[in-house]
Write a protein that binds this ligand. Structure first.
Ligand SMILES: NC(=O)c1ccc[n+]([C@@H]2O[C@H](COP(=O)([O-])OP(=O)(O)OC[C@H]3O[C@@H](n4cnc5c(N)ncnc54)[C@H](OP(=O)(O)O)[C@@H]3O)[C@@H](O)[C@H]2O)c1
Length: 213
């Protein structure tokens, strides 16, 4: 991925004084978001399972005078997800922004060849986690910052059929629902919910997948 600054497209300091929690932040899109949010003034908390990757991105942000920390978190484990979200408040005293971006792929192949275990794993990470994380994030935002924003990563691939990764596509489509429902129910309470649908982005997820999203 190209990690070069894109400050010409943003207002410097857009996230000054904000605290942002980002899942899937050890590499790829989540790591790029963590760098950008920090560059815009946010104090960021990075979450994923691979500590070495989290540490590397955190140190990179600190070297650039940003404020960052990380928490090791497994998105399939509800207690781990809640603890990670709450760590934002423990560390920084508040939560303003949550980017639910972490996701997994699936072994490519026809949907009838996918094992039940793989189906359950993809659903746990890509479908159940955003709901789990959002429940904890809404509580943390309401208890601290009062107003905030939640962004869930979906995919342009969810809008079309790509048979070798059908289960992943179902999860991505499902990740748009909290946006549709949440934006109506949470916005009056001061929490904005959006979904983004990236196109092809050269990350590990893509290079290990059967075909582009
Ligand atoms: N790349 C694309 O072309 C593309 C296109 C459309 C949408 N997207 C979406 O963009 C998001 C980011 O994808 P990416 O391309 O940046 O992928 P990536 O480089 O593979 O990064 C995925 C991140 O999710 C984390 N993750 C995976 N399983 C996890 C688990 N069980 N618990 C905690 N963290 C977990 C990974 O860390 P660990 O493995 O260390 O836990 C990693 O930090 C995903 O939601 C993906 O669906 C990507």
């Amino acid at each position: 991925m190209n990690n070069s600054p894109i400050t010409s497209l943003t207002t410097p300091g857009l996230l000054t004084d904000k605290v942002a929690f980002i899942t899937g932040a050890g590499r790829g899109i989540g790591a790029a978001a963590a760098r950008l949010f920090a560059r815009e003034g946010a104090r960021v908390l990075l979450a994923a399972r691979t500590e070495a990757q989290l540490k590397a991105v955190t140190e990179e942000i600190r070297t650039a005078d940003g404020t960052a920390d990380y928490v090791v978190c497994d998105l399939t484990d509800p207690a781990s997800v809640r603890a990670a979200v709450n760590r934002s408040v423990e560390l920084y005293g508040r939560l303003d922004v949550a980017f639910n971006n972490g996701a997994t792929g699936q072994p490519p192949g026809p949907m009838d060849q996918l094992s039940e275990a793989d189906f359950d794993h993809v659903c746990a990470v890509n479908l159940k986690d955003p709901w789990l994380a959002m429940t904890a994030e809404i509580a943390a935002i309401r208890a601290t910052a009062k107003h905030g924003a939640i962004v869930n990563t979906s995919s342009v691939g969810s809008l079309m059929g790509t048979p070798p990764t059908a289960c992943v596509r179902c999860g991505e489509a499902g990740r748009q629902q909290p946006h549709r429902v949440g934006s109506r129910h949470l916005r009056p309470g001061g929490i904005r919910v959006n979904a983004i649908a990236p196109g092809t982005t050269l990350t590990e997820l893509l290079t290990t997948a059967a075909e582009p999203p």
